[in-house]
Design a protein around this ligand. Structure first.
Ligand code: SAH
Length: 262
């Protein structure tokens, strides 16, 4: 044994791995759920969330999980993607197809680096879609970043569990580089970002800028802008305060100072 034996410097950061969540939306084949659990465990991931799975629990899921029954047994099930993401500070949607330019699209490696770096602030979700139809637009809207595994443009769709495997591998490699504690700002949960978007929408409608009967792409473009900017808690609070002050309907009625008022 020499002194040059590599140290464990490249061991993946256990905190980063623990804060990475794999979310399967509307999975149709229980075998894929089991295989995804196995793919996760091999890469050291444990937080599996299922949103409205078609068949679960199911013996086929357990069979395909092989030795990863613990990951499967600990999986949480939610009815909606909003619930699954509520406490996350970043959600990354995955897609086999490059869609229109509405969402920032990155490759798996870049997304994994961003995901791991963001675990310094809180839980980060990687969201996978249905075998047949992938994620719908409303679900993609809940994700701030979109990931595509580079593949053959004429045959671009990986099997669901295979996609989880590729992404989980990149997450493990990225976690090996450690996380930088340098640039930590106070995180904003996805539920709070949704509150901000609803506030924008209400004020823009009240101001006559957004026509609710013909909204075009305005709200999605604003989401895209904020996703690129990744505002922190203080910045979101400033925006909420500014929206309240600018709301043409006026500030919400304050309670009279004493009961005699009126
Ligand atoms: N027919 C669907 C394919 C879904 S494949 C579609 O066109 O969208 C099931 C899931 O696996 C996808 O929703 C996505 O989460 C993941 N997936 C498959 N291929 C992928 C790829 N090349 N990059 C990223 N995710 C992929």
């Amino acid at each position: 044994m020499s002194d040059t034996t590599p140290a464990a410097a490249d061991a993946p950061d256990p905190i980063a791995l623990a804060r990475l969540r794999i979310v399967l939306v509307g999975a149709q084949h229980p075998g894929n759920i089991g295989a995804a659990a196995r793919a996760m465990k091999v890469m050291g991931l444990a937080d599996l969330v299922l949103v409205a799975p078609e068949r679960y629990p199911d013996p086929e899921a357990s069979a395909r999980a092989s030795g990863a029954d613990d990951v499967l047994a600990a999986a949480r099930v939610f009815e909606t993607l909003d619930e699954a993401l509520a406490d996350c500070v970043l959600a990354i949607g995955t897609s086999a197809r490059s869609r229109r330019t509405q969402w920032p699209l990155v490759d798996a490696r870049t997304a994994a680096e961003r995901a791991v770096a963001t675990t310094a602030e809180g839980p980060v979700a990687l969201v996978f879609g249905r075998e047949r139809a992938g994620l719908n637009n409303a679900e993609l809207d809940l994700c701030q970043l979109h990931l595509q595994v580079p593949s053959n443009p004429e045959y671009s769709s990986l099997n669901l569990a295979a996609a989880v495997q590729v992404v989980a591998y990149e997450l493990r490699v990225a976690a090996g580089h450690g996380i930088s504690a340098g640039d930590v700002h106070e995180p904003v949960a996805i539920a709070d970002m949704e509150g901000l978007y609803q506030h924008w929408q209400a004020v823009l409608v009240a101001a006559g800028f957004l026509d609710p009967d013909d909204p075009k792409m305005l709200m999605r473009r604003l989401r895209r802008l904020f996703n690129r900017a990744a505002p922190d808690r203080v910045e979101v609070n400033i925006l909420r305060g500014a929206l309240r002050a600018l709301d043409p309907r006026g500030l919400p009625n304050r309670k009279p100072k004493d009961d005699q008022a009126e």
